[in-house]
Design a protein around this ligand. Structure first.
Ligand SMILES: CC(=O)N[C@H]1[C@@H](OP(=O)(O)OP(=O)(O)OC[C@H]2O[C@@H](n3ccc(=O)[nH]c3=O)[C@H](O)[C@@H]2O)O[C@H](CO)[C@@H](O)[C@@H]1O
Ligand SMILES: C=C(OP(=O)(O)O)C(=O)O
Length: 419
């Protein structure tokens, strides 16, 4: 298994070009299953999860190919509705095949994704919503088996919790349902708006995406589209935090400042100087004292859970003490024991991490447990004294495109060692 070897203590300065958003690309690539023609996607990040999605779409019969930097998916060739465990277990987002397959083919068998390191991650809200649209669903032998007689029927669906995945699955299903669907208490993440815009480009009739009430007037068929994926707000946030922790400066290009407002607000509260234009964010931390900030993760437009681990690392090296409260996932503090091994002064109380003053971090061999936990360990390694080795970096490769190349270009001393 590959590792990262990091020599700490370097400063960071320069520019970084942000890739397309994993969490927008994954639902959008599954949306191609709804179209009866070829879709061409640009700004698709080169990630392990994208490879897994390509494999799953191919298993479902879609013709998938890269043409230079564009990913082409032909929804017209889809001829199989079984998403097998072997692929779903590699990536939970595979459950997003459920809504499109059921809506287009009247049936789907999708392996239950199960939990992962950060929490149980149930899919009951996805299932209940599809049942409201007339699907018959049973969960047996580890599979969600869904069927519908004729088309799905539009319905008023009040989701009991704000769920990004359920909103995406139901939005895709409703696009091809008969009649009108109203999704209440919908997630408002930028990635939902991006998915809705892609569906609209395929011919769907959707209004209200980005608000908590989305209305969808189902259509009989959808076509392929040409669509560019939104920039990755979490990758952007990770580089901004890296520069803040290292006392350096960074210009993030090809990004989207609007999707990052809660993160930028916290970086400014941490005493970073931040300047924004629509597609660029510049952070300067030179000569400024980094201050610890209180964080509470919330659905968008609150502070994103996917930036929680990086801010835990930031608080560790900042002055003062502050609390980090995780409200989305019950077990998203796996980075804490690893950071403690590097000398971090953190105390866990239930779903809150209290970060006190830490004199310095010292390099150590640490283990990545999930995607953003891995990022927090890399950032800590860059500012630690001595050498840090991060094991199990396949987690990082799920969601960051060649993070070591981008960090090296900024001045970090980080190398991938093949294991
Ligand atoms: C609201 C939120 O911040 N969602 C995050 C979540 O999306 P993801 O789609 O993975 O998770 P959800 O938004 O669905 O989950 C939000 C909460 O609802 C619960 N739940 C969800 C579905 C369901 O059927 N039943 C149920 O109980 C989950 O356990 C969780 O506590 O993880 C992604 C990857 O880290 C992030 O990019 C999303 O921003
Ligand atoms: C946890 C994440 O992704 P996933 O939902 O794919 O596990 C993430 O993007 O931080």
């Amino acid at each position: 298994m590959d590792q990262f070897v990091i020599q700490g203590g370097t400063s960071l300065a320069g520019e970084v070009t942000i890739s397309g958003a994993k969490n927008a690309a994954l639902p959008i690539l599954f949306a191609a299953l709804l179209g009866n023609g070829k879709s061409t996607f640009s700004n698709v990040p080169r990630l392990r999860d994208i490879g897994t999605t390509e494999a799953l779409l191919t298993t479902l019969g879609a013709h998938v190919e890269w043409q230079q930097d564009k990913l082409i998916i032909d929804g017209a060739t889809v001829n199989n509705t079984l998403a097998p465990y072997d692929l779903v277990k590699q990536m939970r987002a595979s459950v997003l095949a459920l809504g499109p397959l059921l809506a287009r083919f009247g049936e789907a068998q999708v392996s239950l994704p199960g939990g992962c390191a950060i929490g149980a991650r149930p899919v009951d809200i996805h299932i209940q919503g599809l049942e409201r649209m007339g699907a018959t669903i049973n969960v047996e032998n580890g599979y969600i088996n869904a069927k519908t007689h004729g088309r799905l029927k539009g319905a008023d669906i009040l989701m009991e919790m704000v769920s990004v995945g359920a909103t995406e699955n139901l939005l895709m299903a409703a696009a091809l349902a008969e009649g009108k669907t109203v999704l209440e208490n919908a997630a408002r993440e930028p990635e939902i708006t991006d998915l809705a815009n892609c569906l609209i480009a395929m011919g769907a009739k959707i209004s209200g995406a980005g608000s908590s009430r989305i209305e969808i007037e189902g259509v009989e068929s959808l076509r392929g589209c040409d669509y560019s994926i939104l920039p990755d707000r979490i990758e952007t946030g990770t580089f901004l935090v890296a520069a803040a922790m290292a006392g350096g400066e960074v210009l993030c290009k090809n990004t989207d400042y609007h999707s990052l407002e809660p993160v930028i607000e916290k970086l400014r509260a941490a005493n970073a100087h931040v300047e924004v234009t629509d597609s660029r964010i510049y952070l300067d931390m030179r000569g400024r004292e980094l201050k610890a900030v209180n964080i509470k993760t919330m659905p968008h437009p609150g502070f994103p859970t996917d930036m929680q681990a990086q801010f835990t690392a930031l608080n560790v090296v900042a002055n003062g003490s502050a609390t980090i409260t995780e409200t989305i996932f019950e077990n998203r503090f796996m980075h804490v024991p690893e950071l403690q091994r590097m000398g971090a002064n953190i105390r866990l109380e239930g779903n809150t991490a209290i970060c006190g003053d830490t004199e310095y971090l010292s390099g150590a061999q640490v283990m990545a447990t999930d995607l953003r936990a891995s990022a927090s360990l890399i950032l800590s390694g860059i500012v630690a004294r001595g050498e840090t080795i991060v094991d199990r970096i396949y987690h990082v490769d799920r969601g960051y495109q060649r993070i070591e190349d981008k960090l090296s270009a900024l001045g970090a001393n980080i190398k991938r060692r093949a294991g």
